[in-house]
Design a protein around this ligand. Structure first.
Ligand code: GAR
Length: 221
């Protein structure tokens, strides 16, 4: 039997994306195993979620280190000692530098709650809502040293509806995050991801139909 992909998850908060990954593994849809969950914050609810499923957790508080490199080296050592093959950032609110990324080249994924390259950074859902876009969504991408800027693996698009609030939009996007993150990890686990510069292809997929969608819908045009 093929070895399961060993993943390490980086969290800072609620951990609903971590939960989606755990649930997909337990449902037999994702051929991976969560070796360790690392949080930079002791109060992150994600730690409890992991513990409930018998997953090892560690807190590595960035404030305890004099330098970013020192903090990142502690992360590297923690993941290496558990033979982690893929690092999954799931609501991890720190930027990783070349030091960390060089230790796991093209082996770090991130999820962002917007259609990148729009609305990078914090509060992306609110940024999109306030801008008045008609569609938003979420993106899973390889991490690079920029903010929310690495090659894109998968995106999901959601409409913004006339009676939405920023909270409703956040929830709609989050539901999609919970589908596309396990899917992206499974593509990786299956070895189906091909990277050429910024362009990522998933081998062996049927292409999407090229039908466009308008919001609001056109009327007879
Ligand atoms: C998610 O919406 C994730 O996309 C976002 O933080 C939330 C974490 O939720 N990440 C970013 O904004 C990164 N730029 P979770 O802790 O419930 O998974």
């Amino acid at each position: 039997m093929k070895e399961k992909l060993a993943i390490g998850v980086l969290v800072s908060g609620s951990g609903s994306n971590l939960q989606a990954v755990i649930d997909s593994i337990e449902a037999g849809k994702l051929d991976a195993t969560v070796k360790i969950v690392v949080s930079n914050r002791t109060e992150a609810y994600a730690l409890e979620r992991a513990a409930k499923h018998g997953i090892e957790t560690v807190v590595i508080d960035h404030r305890a280190y004099d330098s970013r490199t020192g903090f990142e080296q502690a992360l590297i050592d923690t993941f290496r000692s558990r033979s982690v093959q893929l690092v999954v950032m799931a609501g991890f609110m720190r930027i990783l530098s070349e030091h960390f990324l060089g230790a796991f080249p093209m082996k770090v994924l991130n999820i962002h709650p917007a259609l990148l390259p729009s609305f990078k950074g914090m509060h992306a859902q609110e940024q999109a809502f306030d801008y008045g876009v008609k569609f938003s969504g979420c993106t899973v991408h390889f991490a690079d040293p920029g903010v929310d800027s690495g090659p894109i693996i998968i995106q999901s698009v959601v409409p913004v509806l006339p009676d939405d609030t920023a909270d409703i939009l956040r929830e709609r996007i989050l539901r999609e995050e919970h589908r596309i993150y396990p899917q992206a990890i499974q593509f990786y686990a299956e070895g189906r991801i091909e990277i050429s510069g910024r362009n990522v292809r998933v081998r062996g997929q049927k292409p999407l139909s090229d039908t466009a969608v308008c919001n609001p819908p056109t009327e007879g045009m």
